[in-house]
Design a protein around this ligand. Sequence first.
Ligand SMILES: Cc1cc2nc3c(=O)[nH]c(=O)nc-3n(C[C@H](O)[C@H](O)[C@H](O)COP(=O)(O)OP(=O)(O)OC[C@H]3O[C@@H](n4cnc5c(N)ncnc54)[C@H](O)[C@@H]3O)c2cc1C
Length: 397
Amino acid sequence: MNITWNKRQLELRERFREVATDLVAVGSDARDRDASFDRELWKELAAADFWRLQVPTGAGGLGKDGWDWLAAMEGLSLGARDLGFLMSVASHSGLIRLLLTAGTPEQQHRWLPGLTSGEVAATGSTEESGGSDIRGLSTRAVPTADGGFVLNGAKAHITNAPVADVVMLAARTDTEPGAFELSLFVTRTDVDGVGSGPGEDLLGLRTSPTGPIAFRDVRVDADAVIGGVGEGLTRLYNTLAYDRILFGIIVGSSLEAQLEPLVRQLETRHAFGAPLSAQQYMQEKVVSLTMAVEGSRALAYRSFGQLEDQHDGYSLSASVTKLFASTGLVGSGLDLVQAFGHSGYESGSAVERNLRDSVAFKIAAGTDEMQKKNIFNHVRRAYRSGELAPGSRGSGT
Ligand SMILES: Cc1cc2nc3c(=O)[nH]c(=O)nc-3n(C[C@H](O)[C@H](O)[C@H](O)COP(=O)(O)OP(=O)(O)OC[C@H]3O[C@@H](n4cnc5c(N)ncnc54)[C@H](O)[C@@H]3O)c2cc1C
């Protein structure tokens, strides 16, 4: 599998690195201090055609493909210096991706123009009762005589919810007792019965607003279902896999941006008559960070290729990507604080913020434990079906 960017993709990567440096990185510390989301910034990103890139020309986009957009996302992540903003971007892109892969042409025409020109989307699955156990969710969609649905329930801890114009939600559509059937719906947040609660006060990712969003007798038409009634679980797993792959891209790039400050610190700070970079324990931090960058990226490329091809292995490799990336992000976050000593532990320092922000990557889009569970289940299934026996294992590509 070829995982080198072509010339066009390198140009996109560089263009959005510059966009991020000029737009997102500026003011990022103030937004973190104030826990604020900058809607103007969001609109400026849309005006730079970030979202329209991968949308077909027939639906008002620029007609590039998913890889082109991934290159742009990698560039954005390199320059942003704001993991919260990137988390909001990843959530929003989940709905765009769902519409592109499972939406009808009518649904794409209805939703994509707004979503690519400054509206904010949230994607809600988690509820107060828990996020890991999807089968425990209780938001319900009851069919109406005219072919539509009435939605009732409440989502919790949803990225972008306090500022969202559009929300995708997972709701149960099963009718038999004991059955579990899920469907994905999309609705505007300014319609009767949709209400978002106050934003949550979080340890990190303070530039990415999260919060509850409730649905009380919300009437939607049949066209609000994306990907078919009863197809929600499969679609949700696809969207989650995509999010997990984006985490690999975000982590690879945001950690790469930490490499220069880390090496500069080790080269310029002296102890015991020598630069810190002369100490093996300190050199190891550069090695670990570099491995996290290269590994997260390579895994993300591989799993995105599998997701694009709907290869059987995409769910496994997306989980491996996410677990590797979140582990590398938090591990390197601790290493960075350590390398800067007390000044890295002070509130307001870049590495202190990076560590606070990084922890969420172990929870959002499925916790580390859920990735481990998924990885183990895949491997056990392969064992039981004889795929792990010597000589029978494919390359997985
Ligand atoms: C910054 C941030 C943004 C988020 N954005 C969104 C969003 O946009 N949309 C959305 O739907 N959700 C979102 N979430 C919610 C997130 O998906 C959930 O927090 C996550 O799925 C875990 O659910 P929970 O918090 O209810 O923990 P629980 O599911 O209650 O789990 C608690 C702990 O138990 C562990 N655990 C649970 N079951 C098992 C098991 N079988 N084996 C081993 N360990 C287990 C979990 O790993 C976790 O450590 C976001 C969360 C964060 C932190």
